[in-house]
Design a protein around this ligand. Structure first.
Ligand code: SF4
Length: 457
């Protein structure tokens, strides 16, 4: 054979930002691999670099711009995608192009095809793609045993502190047949925990008027309840978990609680509330701000007493009075939010909240955040202490040497990366081993901070 083989073109890839950006990265990497491109771990070793950016808060903008700068310095050929790519700079031009005029191309988020077009233009496609070698579920950046499933893009709300809709546009729901097909491929590929993400999971299907789609030849409505029920059914034969993120407390979310109570999907809801006082919620222009959130949470707990609620909040929003902030703290105590995170309000360039009067000094915002976290920790510690003595199913995330010295995992109450963990003690019996990506029953022996310590059984 005299054929000479051209070297495989190599692409360096940096993925910054939230889980939604991560799924965009996975789609691009899957496509690159399908077309026969290789990836490089270093900028210098690549023929071209793609940076998937985040533009949500000022720190993320800086990190993204710095990374683009480094990639340009070390490699020179850089394509930028992601939220920052959609952001305007001073005078209305593209911010990334203003800061780094030598980048080859800039796209916004959710733009796999445009990114691929730019790659083809600057690093021609290799011949003979090994499309068949790409797994049906695509390339995943998360560990093999859990995966994010993005069900929609964009958002119909206009929260005054957020610029995501101006970067990602209005809600576009993915066809339900595609979403379910991807979920099944992920379970078949070994995924034991599926994390459903979007900007607004409860709004799934609103944009297509809950149109009827098809999965395996059967009609299914593009609607949150139908989606969750189908995902639960798909997960069942694999014994896998389905966890829901970014669910706003609308009345129709109540329909999910029986599914959680019967164990079809995890009794866990990530409900980003941001505040509790009705006037602050109105100034924030929050979805479901008129809903009676405390009563709703209590009703959820009545149907499904095991439910774990995670939420994020903002302290020190413009105009927040001490009384409004105290109201938030009372809500936190009464609603017993299991996992609460809090940001001190920080203005985001381009957000309408910047025009609100009553901006609070940095120290007040920070002081309120600290007070919030102190109460959140009290609530969390009280709730975790009740777990001591319980036996929980734990998904093992790490277990060197088959767990002989113990390992690390999570129960249904812990989403990866954002919640606590379950520290697994070394098994008492030599016959008990721990393996990454497997479930293990464990008895909780203590609580420590946001975590539990448990004895594998
Ligand atoms: S719901 Fe509000 S905070 Fe969330 S993406 Fe939409 S506008 Fe932003």
């Amino acid at each position: 054979m005299n054929e000479t083989t051209a070297p495989t073109p190599k692409v360096g890839f940096v993925s910054l930002g939230c889980p939604k950006a991560l799924t965009d990265s996975e789609l691009i990497l899957t496509q690159l691999s399908a077309e026969g491109y290789a990836t490089s771990k270093t900028f210098a070793g690549a023929d071209l670099v793609i940076v998937n950016t985040c533009g949500f808060i000022d720190d993320a903008v800086k990190e993204s711009l710095d990374t683009i700068g480094e990639a340009l310095a070390e490699n020179g050929k850089v394509i930028v995608t992601g939220c920052l790519g959609a952001k305007a700079g001073e005078g209305g031009g593209n911010l990334v192009k203003q800061m780094h005029p030598s980048v080859l191309a800039v796209t916004g988020p959710h733009a796999t095809q445009e990114v691929m077009d730019a790659v083809h233009a600057h690093l021609p496609k290799p011949h003979d793609p090994f499309i068949d070698l790409v797994p049906a579920a695509g390339i995943k950046l998360t560990p093999k045993h859990y995966a994010y499933l993005k069900i929609s893009e964009g958002c119909n709300h206009r929260c005054s502190f957020c610029i995501i809709p101006s970067m990602r546009g209005d809600l576009v729901s993915r066809p339900i047949g595609d979403v379910l097909k991807e979920a099944r491929a992920l379970f078949e590929g070994g995924v034991k925990e599926l994390l459903v993400i979007s900007q607004d999971t409860s709004a799934y299907g609103v944009d297509v008027k809950y149109r009827t789609g098809f999965f395996d030849g059967k009609p299914v409505k593009t609607r949150m309840f139908d989606l969750v029920q189908q995902l639960g059914e798909l997960a069942k034969p694999f014994g896998a978990w389905v966890r829901l993120h970014y669910v706003y407390p609308y009345p129709h979310v109540d329909e999910l609680l029986p599914l959680m109570a019967e164990g079809l999907v995890l009794p866990y809801l990530d409900v980003p509330l941001q505040h509790a006082h009705p006037d602050v919620l109105k100034r924030m222009k929050r979805p479901a701000s008129g809903e009676r959130n405390l009563e709703r949470l209590q009703a959820w707990r009545a149907v499904c007493p095991d439910i774990v609620v995670r939420s994020t909040f903002i302290a020190g929003f413009p105009g927040e009075t001490e009384a409004e902030f105290e109201y938030l703290l009372d809500f936190l105590r009464e609603a017993e939010i299991d996992r609460a995170g809090c940001f001190a309000y920080s203005p985001v360039e381009g957000a309408s909240a910047n025009a609100l009067s009553g901006a609070l000094p940095d120290e007040v915002r920070e002081e309120r955040r600290a007070r919030f976290m102190a109460v959140a920790e009290e609530v969390s510690a009280r709730k975790l202490a009740r777990r001591v003595g319980q036996t929980l199913q734990v998904l093992v995330d790490s277990a060197p040497a088959l767990g002989r010295k113990g390992g690390l995992g999570r129960s249904y109450a812990d989403a990866p990366e954002i919640d606590g963990t379950v520290r697994l003690l070394p098994p008492e019996k030599a016959s008990v081993t721990l393996k990454v990506g497997e479930f293990k029953r464990a008895r909780v022996v203590a609580a420590e901070g946001h975590d539990l310590i448990a004895q594998p059984l």
